[in-house]
Write a protein that binds this ligand. Sequence first.
Ligand code: CUA
Length: 322
Amino acid sequence: MILDPNQAPPPTIDLGGNFWLPRQLSTLAKDIDWAWNIVTALAIFFFIGVVGAMTYFVWKYRRRTENDKVSTVEHSTIIEVVWTVIPTLLCFGLFFAGFKGYLNASIVEAEAYEIKALAKKWSWTFIYPNGVVTTELGVPKDRPVRILLSSQDVLHSFYVPEFRVKQDAVPGTYTSLWFRATGVGETALLCTEYCGTSHSNMLAKVVIMEEDKFNKWLESKDDSNVPLADLGKKLYTDRACAGCHSLDGTRGSGPSYKGLFGKKEKLADGTEVTADENYLRESILQPGAKIVAGFDNVMPAFQGQLNEKQILALIEFIKAQK
Ligand code: CUA
């Protein structure tokens, strides 16, 4: 690998924990660690059992004299049933052990605090609902936090071992994850998708704070930034979205923004789509991709005309039109 000699050495961040697993700093950690431990324990148990039995039999049935002959092995239905049924039951058990944690990690708790994370070679940028932009991730303790991820260049991956969360950041689309931090302190966010020369330096500090301390921290950051939804409102006027998309439900050349987010839209081709972040993003950048039934393909494409923050701001503004 070619390293840039002028580059700063990677920051060292202590992940705490023991040699087995990092500290548990989110409500998701328990289920995930339990599934991990049970799978590891079963694997060790069967490895020792199988290899042990095999070694014993190799020794016990070794050929002792020239006259030793292999006896005829009879088919045993009982043994066959046993070694089919037990692993099947174990596999079902493992499936549910993992599935419970998977569901918890997939479904975000209600009223989550949403932070946008932008990944690019080789840094992370975070945008808070009030418009503050930071390079370290500050999160409140005991509150569900949803991270909406996107990448500006190649695949990256958002990984906070102590939260037990990992999710790819994909260029051109949004992905998300959530966690509820259970302790205050500092930990690390790592990029865990190989993304080029400085992949291993693509770290960010994660600071977990009590709610009131978090609010103060957020205030202490540059407050000259306009809140995302307000920036979106400005773009709504500046980029003439207002000419076709009403905010009060009135029908224009395009669908109204009122109650749009989360709604199921019937498309001209008969299919249905949920108006989520990815749908809105696509409809802003390439409006012709999915035309809502009853409307014409007349909107100009904004591909290349809005930066990532502006796209997020417009989506935030649309989300606010309940
Ligand atoms: Cu970004 Cu690896």
